[in-house]
Design a protein around this ligand. Sequence first.
Ligand SMILES: [Zn+2]
Ligand SMILES: [Zn+2]
Length: 347
Amino acid sequence: MDMMKAYVFKDVGNLVFEEKPIPHVKDPDDVLLKVKAVGICGSDLKIIEGKHHFKPNTVLGHEFCGEVVEVGSHVHHVKIGDRVAIDNNIRCGFCSFCRMGLTSQCVDIKTSALGVMRDGGYAEYCLVPEKQCFVLPDEIDDILGTQVETLATVVNGMNTLLMLPYDYVMILGFGPIGYLFAQFAKNIAAKVAVTEIDPFRRQVARECGLTVWDPNEVDVVEKITDLTYGRKADIVIEATGNALGQALQCVTPGGKVLPFGMDSSVNLNIVPNEITRWATKILGLYLGQNTMVPSIRIFQENRLNMGPFFTKVIPFDEGLGAFDLLGLDMKTLEHHPKSAMKIVMKF
Ligand SMILES: [Zn+2]
Ligand SMILES: [Zn+2]
């Protein structure tokens, strides 16, 4: 039996680099990918910590692209040799949410995600349903190709926000998601400010020419009020999962708040009357939705400054060290300051 190397999530706190048999196509709708590159996502760290839904004995990795090397008998749209980006969230296509266009609410979405509930891209090979594959143009290299799905979630956010050229925009949290939103806002909005607790990531924000504040050091409500001539932000994007209360304090009357970051352990007391009185629009959304093709177009036309986004590209075998750079001690599961934005493992 031919073997491959993979990072397998055994259980909370236990990610193991080991050999596994190379999978082969059995389902007629599947394709086998030779993985070219895979990004390490904040939610992979949360899985390892047990703070995200997980399934033991699963190969992690949902931000990946690869080359098609085997196809099932029903596969007609991709062919051997195609280089494809992956939407890791498998939508059934049959539930009423799918059939009414709200595929992010598919009843099966939590049970089937690649790299979470079934084997993903932290491996040399990965089996993927054909419909999750999106052929990449030559302008998008393997490293950028890992981030099409990440961008697709942000494009879903942009579709929901309908950002305007005269908007004042504030982004809470400058991780990879905050970074991508900030690039759009820089292209579109009148003014943009971001907040970030991590010094390394604040430095990346400055490299991008952004106004950035440490929310532990300054009063961000005061700061955004000053920056916007007393008005506050028309749009606040909450990209941390724990700052919705602050987002509501930073938004102008009639403005929009996008709770984008995810942390299911956070509770919040709010005053409903203030939402009503200040006509605040709180816009929930989840994952990408029909946004993989738009994201490929945005990357193909080089519309975002992605230079400082990728801190490091490391060989696949050296992946375990990356989690430390992203702030997680793999032995104690304790957090320390991050020294990276996005790290990609490459074969
Ligand atoms: Zn991700
Ligand atoms: Zn469905």
